[in-house]
Write a protein that binds this ligand. Structure first.
Ligand SMILES: Nc1ncnc2c1ncn2[C@@H]1O[C@H](COP(=O)(O)OP(=O)(O)OP(=O)(O)O)[C@@H](O)[C@H]1O
Length: 982
């Protein structure tokens, strides 16, 4: 069908000629069909067998083509632009207005394409264009027309082809009409396969969608079918044409791909950081070039932003790798940035921490610097609390039943923290009860540690300069010794108050070392049958005196005083003391102590910062049993002991009653015990009494009387305790006051001396020219300066040393060191109290002599040992050791028992001055001597103070060789009343 006319007739022509012939035949065929279809009139410009040129010109206006198509497909082109009659078409057609006919050709091509036939380019109708494609298009239309007419679908008939979908237009490439036409005419399978593979490759590169792939498959089928009728010699031409198309298409796609890559690169840098902006600009750029490319670009940008997996489909491996690296770098940048911000936060936090630590350090350093102050305040507050609790506190302790005793019927009905209730038998057989309230009640189960911990604060007070007295009261066997010392066999848990107190003192001493240096020493005495014995001396049968005016704060100055530095020292001493203690056996307690024992702890502290010296003493007293005589079933010596014990305890009761009633006179001197405890009971001390009771019902009466006594003690109010602490300045001022008082007394009492004193501006003598008087005190040895007796054993070789106080007119006379051996010293100087009371003395004794006051100008040191009795001067600093410290064991109100057995009531420390006044008045060359032959080691210093107006001491010999100073019976109480010798 439609075969070229000369086809097969010329076999020997060359390929080119054959090709030309073939093309001409096809052209003629097309022209002939057109002429028949549109009619001769319409096809007047198209000859039956046109040349190429004629063919082109004949179809150039598109009228023939449009009309032919309308014939085949009526209405395909609704409006065909017809040629005007006056139009002269030049031979080359240049006069034609291409735009006039462009519409025809465009409509024709679009319609042909819609039908699914091969098309051509407009340029193909131009000179030099590819007319063969136009021929192909017309022949395809012819086939389509014929197929429509016959109603058959033949393989070679275009009418049998199903119109492809609209989407198929996208894959009918430009200039593909001729290509497809040729392809359809091919009869060779192999080249067709190659073409198909190449095409498929291209379309794969373009990422065809699945639907498009389906279309491609149908297209392949079509191509294969159309080429079945092609001659083998035509195949190379078709393949050549195909390859050219493939190359063109590939180049086009490659260019697009390159562009996509560039976009990808841009995305990795600028595009990534500014996706929106870059995307937009890229879109604009690409949109101008190619809409498809724009779509791809958008997809790529979207993929880069959102979906790495999809991006991978579009990007080559390198790009993906770069992207990954860039992504990695970005992640690193992100982590670096987060690390940097973390570091910055850390730095800020550290700097804040450092600032906080600095502030805290500053606070700590402040706190540390104020630490000592706080400690000091703490101590003061603590003592204030103790004071508020009351000066005499009473703790009650109930002994448990002893092994072997039935504990079913205890006389103790109940106990609370501060109250104990005792079952009291009544007359009518009914039991009643009586309650007693104390500061604290300890039951039978209370441990030694618990008991001590409650009184521990008192121990600390000692180191703060307060005198403390702790004594155990109760009937025999009630547990006094147990509380104070512990049981017979001591263990760490069972040790009593004495050990624990000293242990505590040592601990505190160690803690305060460097701030306050303490020296601790102990004495241990007992009062047995109203005689004081030294328990630390094996041969301690020597009777000791209790002296409440000892300047060293020793109530029993003659008793051994032993420095201790550790608890073991104390334990050793106490063992020794216990051995020496008088212990008897009674019906109640086979180890009953028949004496009062007293462990006295002396503390002297030197505050290194303030220079203050404090002194205090603590009496730890284990009293003898308080039971009634009939109960103890004693006779003979035991009875005598019991009587003494009861006497002293009753004296203790009297003192306490007197204190409770705030009587002006307190009978301390009624017993050695009250004498010993005088400063603790009535002074400025802190006192604690442990009252012990036994639980046995048969001693309930004793128990009740014990508790009643304890209640009375608890009711005593003593006023605030006072620390024995004075700074250097206070001492100086006190001395000045004392001196001025003395000077006043002297001035008023002795006109001649006044004259003398006034005439000399240098009343201070030693420090001539020094505005501040320097007062020196006698440093007293162990003797009691308040004793009125002067022992009359001075040797004839006594030799007085005389000191003339320059400018004062006062002569101080001392005995020669050798001459004072074994002699008591009448120490006129007794400390500040002496001067503080001098006014009252003055009232009573207007003729008070100057020598009474002189000891404050001078001091002497008693040197023990071989040189005992030698009087020597010591620097004033040394004398400060004893200066200004109130005699902790002295009392204002006193009751002096003279050695002659005569009691002197109400003698004050100032009374010491009193007793010396007449002596001084009568005998300026006062001499003292000891007349007691049994006195083994009395203080031996002796001094004679001489004033311009000399007086001699009137000595009154006694039968035992002692002398009472004349005028001793005219003494004063602190109130200034004259004391009376009884
Ligand atoms: N709290 C206690 N726990 C255990 N045993 C105690 C307690 N109190 C006392 N005892 C025991 O009771 C007995 C008598 O005690 P202690 O010798 O202390 O009495 P005392 O009051 O000192 O007698 P005395 O007045 O005769 O010296 C001792 O065997 C002692 O061990």
């Amino acid at each position: 069908e439609g075969a070229p006319r000369n086809h097969g007739t010329v076999k020997d022509i060359d390929v080119a000629a054959r090709r030309a012939q073939e093309a001409a035949n096809r052209r003629y065929d097309a022209a002939s069909w057109l002429r028949r279809t549109v009619g001769i009139v319409c096809a007047r410009d198209l000859p039956e067998e046109p040349s190429e040129e004629e063919f082109r010109l004949g179809l150039r206006n598109g009228i023939v083509l449009c009309n032919a198509l309308n014939k085949v497909q009526p209405g395909a082109i609704p409006k065909v632009v017809e040629a005007r009659a006056d139009t002269v078409i030049p031979a080359d057609g240049s006069a034609l207005c291409a735009y006039q006919y462009f519409e025809n050709l465009r409509n024709f091509l679009v319609s042909v394409q819609d039908i699914g036939l091969p098309t051509f380019e407009l340029s193909d109708l131009e000179k030099g264009g590819k007319g063969v494609r136009v021929v192909d298009c017309i022949l395809a239309l012819k086939s389509f027309s014929e197929s429509k007419t016959t109603g058959r679908q033949t393989p070679c008939n275009y009418g049998s082809i199903t119109k492809p979908s609209t989407s198929g237009k996208h894959f009918i490439l430009k200039n593909s009409g001729a290509f497809m036409n040729k392809l359809m005419r091919s009869h060779t399978t192999e080249p067709i396969q190659k073409v198909l593979i190449a095409k498929q490759s291209i379309e794969t590169d373009c990422c065809l969608e699945s639907t498009e792939m389906a279309n491609l498959e149908s297209l392949n089928m079509l191509v294969r079918t159309l080429l079945l009728d092609k001659k083998p010699e035509e195949v190379p031409l078709i393949v050549e044409s195909l390859l050219i198309k493939v190359i063109q298409e590939y180049e086009c796609r490659a260019a697009n791909q390159h562009l996509v890559n560039c976009i990808g690169d841009l995305k990795g840098t600028d595009l990534f950081s500014r996706p929106e902006k870059t995307s937009t600009s890229t879109r604009v750029k690409m949109g101008e070039e190619e809409p498809n490319l724009l779509k791809v670009t958008e997809e790529v940008s979207s993929v880069v932003r959102n979906d790495d997996c999809v991006a991978e489909q579009f990007q080559p491996g390198t790009k993906i790798s770069i992207e990954l690296q860039q992504k990695h770098i970005q992640e690193l940048r992100n982590s670096l940035s987060s690390v940097k911000s973390g570091m910055e936060q850390l730095r800020i936090q550290y700097s804040e921490d450092f600032t906080k630590i600095g502030r805290q350090l500053y606070i700590l350093s402040n706190a540390a610097s104020g630490y000592h102050k706080v400690l000091e305040d703490n101590r003061k507050l603590y003592n204030q609390i103790q004071d508020l609790k009351g000066n005499i506190r009473v703790y009650c302790r109930v002994r448990p039943f002893l092994p072997g005793q039935a504990n079913s019927s205890s006389s103790v009905a109940g106990m609370e923290e501060r109250t104990i209730t005792i079952i009291t038998p009544t007359k009518y057989g009914k039991d009643g009860s009586k309650s007693f309230t104390f500061n604290k009640v300890f039951g039978p189960a209370a441990t030694q540690e618990e008991v001590f911990s409650d009184m521990q604060p008192l121990i600390r007070s000692v180191l703060d300069g307060f005198n403390v007295c702790i004594f155990a009261y109760g009937q025999t066997g009630s547990g006094k010794t147990y509380t104070m010392s512990g049981p017979n066999v001591l263990s760490e848990k069972s040790v009593g108050v004495n050990y624990r107190a000293l242990n505590d003192l040592f601990n505190l001493q160690a803690q305060r070392k460097g701030t306050i240096n303490y020296e601790i020493s102990v004495q241990m005495i007992e009062i047995y049958n109203e005689q004081v014995r030294d328990l630390l001396q094996d041969s301690g049968n020597r009777k000791l005196e209790i002296r409440n005016t000892s300047q060293k704060g020793l109530a029993v100055p003659d008793a051994s005083i032993v420095p201790v530095t550790s608890t073991s020292d104390v334990a050793e001493l106490m063992n020794q003391g216990q051995k020496n203690r008088v212990v008897g056996s009674t019906a109640i307690n086979d180890r009953s102590s028949r004496s009062h024992s007293c462990l006295t702890v002396h503390v002297q502290g030197h505050d290194l910062t303030s220079g203050t010296i404090l002194r205090a003493c603590m009496h730890l007293v284990d009293l003898a049993g308080s039971e009634r005589v009939d109960k103890s079933e004693v006779v003979g010596d035991r009875l005598k002991e019991a009587l003494y014990i009861n006497k002293s305890l009753s004296a203790l009761g009297d003192v306490i009653a007197s204190l409770a009633q705030k009587n002006s006179h307190v009978p301390y001197r009624n017993s050695k015990l009250t004498q010993l405890l005088q400063d603790s009971l009535g002074g400025q001390a802190k006192t604690l009494m442990f009252v012990h009771i036994s639980p046995e019902p048969d001693v309930v009466n004793e128990t009740i009387s014990t508790l009643k006594f304890a209640e009375r003690v608890a009711s005593v109010e003593l006023g605030a305790a006072k620390a024995n602490k004075e700074g250097g300045e206070v001492r100086e001022l006190k001395e000045q006051i004392a001196w001025l008082k003395a000077a006043l007394v002297k001035k008023e009492g002795e006109p001649e001396n006044i004259q003398s004193t006034q005439s000399s501006p240098n009343i201070y003598g030693i420090n001539k020219g020094n505005a501040t008087p320097v007062f020196r005190k006698n440093r007293q040895p162990m003797e009691d300066v308040g004793n009125l007796e002067v022992r009359n054993n001075a040797t004839p070789t006594q030799k007085a040393l005389k000191f003339d106080i320059p400018g004062s007119g006062i002569l101080v006379e001392h005995n020669s060191p050798n001459s004072v051996k074994n002699c008591w010293v009448d120490n006129a100087a007794v400390g500040d109290n002496q001067f503080e009371n001098s006014n009252s003395v003055r009232e009573q004794e207007p003729n008070l002599t100057t020598h009474t006051l002189l000891p404050n100008l001078f001091y002497q040191r008693y040197t023990p040992g071989p040189q005992r009795g030698r009087v020597e001067s010591i620097p004033s600093q040394e004398s400060d050791e004893f200066n200004g410290v109130t005699n902790s064991c002295s009392s204002d109100q006193d009751m002096v028992m003279s050695s002659s057995g005569r009691k002197v009531v109400g003698i004050t420390n100032g009374g010491v001055s009193n007793k010396k006044k007449p002596r001084a008045k009568n005998d300026n060359n006062m001499t003292t001597r000891s007349t007691n032959p049994t006195c083994k080691s009395p203080p031996q210093s002796q001094k004679r103070l001489q004033t311009p107006v000399r007086s001699s001491v009137q000595k009154t010999p006694t039968k035992n060789g002692k002398q009472l100073l004349s005028g001793t019976d005219g003494r004063r109480t602190p109130s200034g009343k004259t004391n009376t010798v009884k």
